[in-house]
Design a protein around this ligand. Sequence first.
Ligand SMILES: NC(=O)c1ccc[n+]([C@@H]2O[C@H](COP(=O)([O-])OP(=O)(O)OC[C@H]3O[C@@H](n4cnc5c(N)ncnc54)[C@H](OP(=O)(O)O)[C@@H]3O)[C@@H](O)[C@H]2O)c1
Length: 272
Amino acid sequence: MSVKKLVLKSGYQIPLLGFGTYRLTGKECTRAVSEALNTGYVHIDTAVAYDNEEAVAHGIDDSGVNRSNIFITTKISRVGLQYGKVIEQCKSSLEKLQTDYIDLLLIHWPNSSIPIGETLDALHDLTEQKMIRSAGVSNFTIKHLKEALALNKLPICNNQVEYHPLLNQRELYEYCGQQKIVLTAYSPIARGKVSHHQVIQNLAERKDISAQQLSLAWLMQKQIVSIPKASTPEHINENYQSQFIDLTPEEMSLMEECNRDERLVNPPWAEF
Ligand SMILES: NC(=O)c1ccc[n+]([C@@H]2O[C@H](COP(=O)([O-])OP(=O)(O)OC[C@H]3O[C@@H](n4cnc5c(N)ncnc54)[C@H](OP(=O)(O)O)[C@@H]3O)[C@@H](O)[C@H]2O)c1
């Protein structure tokens, strides 16, 4: 069975399940990416800041999977959001990833000291030049999204944010739904912490699946793209299988009640 996909505002499709690569570098990254692609993942998430785009490219190469069957997301660093620097970062990513287009290029973090219109102009031009297929943002709040959308420069297709049962961002979820912005959940298993929640653990046991699988299944059933990171073949496969798990409306509601507003990623430059 293949990975389900969602349609982005750009008209391109994004696979609902992706493979996260934060903290994977060098040979470990190459091995994990190749393993993920051979398991059936078709979507890889990387970033300029992860310093692993070359290792990701080697993983793609080793897997033998055709580039045209893979969806690559990368992100430009918040310190280079000026027009020229965005173009520069994108060209460097294309070179490191050994490809002539990026499926989805995101602004990694908002940076209010650089006018967002300038960054969006660059993303628009990169789209026109076919260096990227779709553009989006990451770590944007509703306020940031409103500012960006008001400029009407190009379709903002995606917002990648921390999202898991312990941080259920309902308002952002509803707003993105209204604006047809696909949400991507990063840290979708709360870096393992979902297994410490009693309700999640009980329900997972009842369904004979893991707490991690239950959390990923809940997200994907909400039409939220999920990009768990894993380094062992066991975790890579376990997470892959989560897309074939169905939750009943009662089980979905139970998961909705697990929220604790528990944010794990909140660096000093965040504008939450
Ligand atoms: N846009 C942003 O600002 C941003 C921020 C953070 C993350 N991200 C992206 O989102 C991806 C995922 O987020 P994340 O890496 O922070 O956290 P995560 O995917 O929630 O958790 C990764 C951790 O969970 C473990 N794990 C994976 N599958 C497991 C399973 N089935 N059972 C038990 N443990 C399991 C992994 O261990 P092993 O490695 O040992 O398998 C790893 O320690 C990142 O890799 C990155 O691509 C984006």
